[in-house]
Design a protein around this ligand. Sequence first.
Ligand code: GRF
Length: 204
Amino acid sequence: MATLKLGVLGSGSGSNMQSIVDAIEKGELDAEIKIVLADVKDAYILERAAKHNIPHQWIDCSPWKTRLDTTGEETAIRLLKEAGCDTVVLAGFMRIVKPRLLEAFPMRVLNIHPALLPAFPGVHSWTQALDYGCKVAGVTVHFVDAGTDSGPIIVQKCVPVLEDDTPETLHARIQVQEHLAFPEALKLLSEGRLRVEGRRVHIS
Ligand code: GRF
């Protein structure tokens, strides 16, 4: 058991980061957020970090929209290391991380994806689930590997798809579970209860 030293990467509202902050503040999760990095200058996740006195910074990840370029990646690795992070949390980070970051934090990069993987990787997965006619949807927290939303699964939670759902109502229902799933996965990690064997994550 060791206090996790988290570095959070995000692009948007940061509600998942907030759920992690709340779990730490309630004493439910043994972790400390050392730094928050965002690739979007005015992302609300940076404001949330400021409110909690967490060091935070915008990192320039251009020119590609969905891929972390080499400069952005090197900056992120340097800042995360300088801040003393041992674990990286992708909390709504809308870019595909590259191998260098994964090598810098082997099996210590976690992502949250709003679908029951391996169904519906990529963007707007709740809309994909709705359009497909799924009766259940959900959320997955997983270790990140070199693929897209493809690493070993740590926690999944389901929600029903209701008759009158819109993409917005379904996403909102999924987000409630996201905010439980990420702290839960991090707690298991902090307690040393995860063992990865191939694709399977065994929980002791
Ligand atoms: C969440 O739905 C997450 O699953 C996805 O991006 C969204 C981020 O939301 N990867 P937030 O910024 O944490 O509020």
